[in-house]
Ligand binder design. Structure first.
Ligand SMILES: [Zn+2]
Length: 140
């Protein structure tokens, strides 16, 4: 095997890894929005209205606080303004989105079917969390 061939192989693996990292970020961002849907849909609040805010103190969040997964980890799971813990659920949902995007594109390729599978995983996640909240609220 020539050195050029090995270099080419490494370049392809790096490019593919970079592409999957971008898909992870896109998936996490889409599911970050789905967190809003999970919270607002059962409460009949419009999705498009209002800025994101802390559910404890109501302080509106800066763009810096809204980076999926990264912000939560950097703030150690606590609100920057009131110090109240932020549910790990948001980060878990974002991680599911990132993993889903990577799995869909790896298994199905980068095409419309991967997009459809990813969207289905989003709908299932939203439905599962809303149902879970409903059951939990009935028990308490
Ligand atoms: Zn707060």
């Amino acid at each position: 095997m020539s050195t050029t061939y090995i270099m080419l192989e490494i370049a392809i693996i790096l490019a593919r890894t970079l592409i999957e990292l971008i898909f992870f970020a896109i998936g996490a961002s889409v599911f970050s929005f789905l967190n809003v849907v999970i919270y607002r849909l059962p409460r009949h609040i419009q999705f498009s209205l209002g800025k994101s805010m802390c559910t404890s103190c109501g302080h509106s969040l800066a763009p810096n606080d809204l980076i999926p997964i990264v912000s939560w980890v950097r703030l150690k799971g606590k609100c920057r303004y009131c110090g109240e813990p932020i549910s790990a659920r948001y980060t878990i949902v974002e991680s599911i989105g990132g993993v889903s995007a990577v799995v869909c594109t790896l298994v199905l390729g980068i095409n419309i079917w991967a997009l459809i599978a990813f969207l289905i995983s989003g709908v299932v996640t939203v439905a599962a969390y809303i149902l879970y909240d409903k059951v939990k609220n009935k028990e308490s």
